[in-house]
Design a protein around this ligand. Structure first.
Ligand code: SF4
Length: 356
């Protein structure tokens, strides 16, 4: 029996009130000249149907900034709305329909703890350490990274960002996802002996011999997939293709046929032949949508359970409607605003990645 920790639950299909959906459609049409709605792949169908753009967090933020609409409603989680605010112009406002919709992984890296560990690491070696943060992190962590000559990565470009960091330093501090960190380090042929997970403080000897320090955060959803799930699917469907997100654990990634970002997963399945069979290790809303979109392929979750991100699912049609009503009335209760002092260095870290 699986024990579900904070941030993840079994997939629960939802039904929406048709009246609410109708109201959203009417209001969206009314506001259309000034409004863009962004929908992350893990949102429920009755939210994503209203999205003008769908994608992962960075692509959504970039597209929204380029569209120049005054109001950007981000159907996703808090760090994504912060990211959109970093990239948007001063006259654009970013809204999150539920301000409590955080990301369990991003919340695992607290700035005070990160600064304490940084102090310990930098005092323990003369070699330059480059901090990298996965985009799934708070604006505070992005600020810290930007201020310390570091950079942001996504699950699509983490390997390239490791190269960037190793050209500028001897060691990497990777935040906050230990699994994307270890999967990337292994893909770069970094020895597992030179990778230190910060579930304890390294002593001087460990600091000296380690090349990569991994913050011990993880995604509650992707961590649920296990090696047993991979074995079971391979036994049930000989010849099956198994693709998982880079936030899955290292043993799951090693046993799968491929790993990558949500965009990589979507592209691989889109480009595959009709009749192919897929087990997908990512959030269930996306897996379900892919299964519906490609009826000529067999697409199933990697686990017999479909796992859903609890905070992504906090964005409901009711909350989207309430946010649109606020915009109509000039209210800003759900506006996400990164403070100017944090923004400067957080954006520096982001632009280092985008300029590559
Ligand atoms: S799926 Fe994982 S990484 Fe994405 S928002 Fe949910 S907890 Fe965070």
């Amino acid at each position: 029996m699986i024990k579900f920790e904070k941030g993840v639950s079994p997939f629960v299909p939802t039904e929406s009130d048709p009246g609410i959906l109708e109201e959203i459609a009417v209001l969206k049409e009314e506001l259309k000249d000034d409004l863009v709605i962004l929908g992350h792949h893990y949102q429920r169908d009755d939210v994503i149907r209203f999205a003008d753009v769908t994608g992962d967090s960075l692509i959504l933020s970039q597209k929204a900034a380029n569209m120049k609409k005054k109001h950007i409603v981000f159907c996703g989680v808090y760090f994504m709305a912060e990211c959109a605010d970093l990239l948007s112009a001063d006259d654009q406002k970013v809204y999150l329909p539920d301000m409590r919709a955080g990301c369990a992984m991003a919340d695992m890296a607290n700035i005070k703890e990160v600064e304490m560990i940084w102090d310990h690491l930098t005092k323990g070696t003369k070699e330059k350490i480059i901090p990298i943060t996965y985009i799934n992190s708070s604006a505070d962590i992005k600020y810290f990274v930007g201020k310390n000559d570091g950079i942001i990565c996504t699950s699509s470009n983490a390997a390239r960002i490791f190269d960037w960091a190793m050209e500028r330093g001897k060691k990497i501090l990777f935040l906050p996802d230990q699994y994307l960190g270890i999967n990337t380090a292994i893909s770069k042929s970094i020895s597992e002996d030179a990778i230190f997970t910060l579930d304890r403080l390294p002593d001087e000897k460990a600091i000296e011999k380690s090349q990569v320090f991994l913050w011990n955060g993880y995604c509650s959803v992707h961590k649920c997939f296990t090696l047993d799930d991979v074995t079971k699917r391979r036994n049930e469907y000989p010849g099956i293709n198994i693709v998982v997100h880079g936030e899955c654990t290292a043993d799951v990634v090693k046993a799968s046929d491929a790993f990558g970002s949500t965009s990589t997963i979507i592209k691989m399945i889109t480009d595959s032949e009709n009749g192919s069979v897929w087990a997908v290790g990512t959030e269930q809303h996306l897996v379900q949508r892919l299964a519906k979109r490609f009826p000529d392929k067999t697409i199933m979750p990697l686990s017999e359970f479909g796992f859903q991100c609890v905070t992504m699912s906090m964005i409901t049609p009711e909350k989207l409607l309430a946010t649109l009503k606020e915009i109509k009335h000039g209210e800003t209760k759900h506006e996400v605003c990164v403070s100017p002092e944090i923004k400067h260095y957080a954006k520096t870290a982001l632009m280092r990645m985008l300029d590559l």
